[in-house]
Design a protein around this ligand. Structure first.
Ligand code: GCO
Ligand code: MG
Length: 396
């Protein structure tokens, strides 16, 4: 079997997605997700100019060898653009292999370790009434675990609350760590009083705190029994998590901006976190994610694959196959996609009673409606940036 073509499709059915479609001489095709929010064209160019020419004529069954040759062969290692491009190839080749086998991908990863995969959704509100309505709406949709994000008095635009739409220039949001640290425990207190002790609650600090601030927040949130506190610090300095871990028992989740297992070495071997949160799409694909989960399992650390709306349904399908197969599954982030996005990417995975299942279609169980994709071309869009009251840029 040989790869005879590989096309890069940029489409914007409401938001941008980058897709790689790999074709073989036997008519079997595979799809991979290479979406990198705000930097889509860079990945598309990397794929078109530097990856597709190397794929033509190669055997799609040699997934590990192809991965290693793209990773090591570039000489320039790691980084989100490179790893998203490699991910798209890896995902597409797994799709092909599973289609040829006539099996859903999870069967090739060892088969199901569970019947279904618990997902969490995103609730948010500028104030408590709005937040409570948002939690109730998710419960009505069937969610059984909920991430809670809140407005902060004195701040106009805060991450996760009515997210600012991407525009041709980055929207500027504002930030005040002291106000946030004072306000957040009160919000969790109110949410617990309203929704009781059993509902798993999560929160994303989105890389904004120093280790000592994160340690204080973790301690302040302990009475509210969080499922996890996410991205409490930027974590580029992994050692910083020692301080956080030493001061709080609130579970910690990190990794959505990480690209390789090396970014986790200290966090995992010193058991400084409880969940690894990378996206299949940004971590080089299914193959390295599987290795990451096996590494993490030795330290009782579980999976929590990144699954925001900016991961395409292809990346989501790959995530759900992994979730079903691995033993150390933790939870899956899932906020769903718009109807139009689902029409561009019809898929076999389902969401019922707060749980996902990859379905039984051979491969990833996903298709691409190329005509509909072409009708919604790429539109330049950036993520917001964050500034303090005095104008200083802060982590977003
Ligand atoms: C999450 C993430 C996302 C990111 C987004 C950036 O936990 O889902 O923090 O909301 O901000 O993926 O493109
Ligand atoms: Mg996050």
């Amino acid at each position: 079997m040989k790869i005879v073509d590989a096309a890069v499709v940029l489409t914007s059915p409401g938001r941008n997605f980058v897709t790689l479609k790999v074709e073989t001489d036997e008519g079997v095709t595979g799809l991979g997700d290479a979406t990198l929010n705000g930097r889509e064209v860079a990945v598309a160019g990397y794929l078109r100019e530097h990856v597709v020419p190397l794929l033509l004529g190669t055997d799609p069954h040699r997934i590990e060898d192809t991965w290693q040759s793209l990773y090591r062969g570039a000489y320039w290692r790691r980084g989100p653009v490179t790893m998203a491009a490699i991910a798209a190839v890896d995902i597409a080749l797994w799709d092909i292999k599973a289609k040829v086998a006539g099996l859903p991908l999870y069967q090739l990863l060892g088969g199901a370790s569970r019947d279904r995969v618990r997902a969490y959704g995103h609730a948010s509100g500028r104030d408590l009434p709005e937040l409570f309505d948002s939690v109730r709406a998710l419960l009505a949709d069937g969610y059984q675990a909920i991430r809670v994000q809140t407005g902060v008095p004195g701040l106009d635009r805060v991450y996760g609350v009515r997210s600012s739409p991407g525009g041709a220039r980055p929207v500027v949001e504002d930030w005040d760590t002291a106000a946030y640290l004072r306000h957040l425990p009160k919000v969790f207190d109110a949410v617990r009083q309203e929704f009781g002790p059993d509902l798993p609650l999560l929160h994303d600090a989105h890389h904004r705190l120093t280790p000592s601030q994160a340690a204080r927040l973790g301690k302040d949130l302990e009475p509210y029994d969080l499922f996890w506190l996410e991205d409490c610090t930027p974590a580029e300095n992994q050692e910083g998590l020692r301080l956080v871990r030493g001061h709080t028992t609130t579970p910690l989740a990190i990794g959505e901006v990480f690209n390789t297992v090396f970014d986790y070495q200290t966090l995992v071997t010193e058991q400084l976190i409880d969940y690894v949160r990378s996206a299949v799409t940004h971590f080089g694909g299914v193959s390295p994610m599987r290795k990451l989960f096996d590494f993490a399992a030795q330290y009782q650390i579980k999976s929590a694959i990144h699954g925001p709306e900016d991961i395409s349904p292809i990346g989501m399908a790959a995530a759900v196959h992994l979730d079903l197969a691995i033993h150390n599954f933790g939870i899956q982030e899932y906020s769903g996609h718009t109807e139009l996005t689902n029409a561009v990417f019809p898929h076999a995975y389902t969401f019922t009673d707060g749980h996902l299942h990859p379905g039984e279609a051979p491969g990833l169980g996903i298709e691409l409606d190329e005509e509909l994709a072409a009708a919604h071309p790429y539109e330049r869009a950036y993520l917001p940036i964050n500034r303090l009251h005095d104008g200083t840029v802060h982590d977003w």
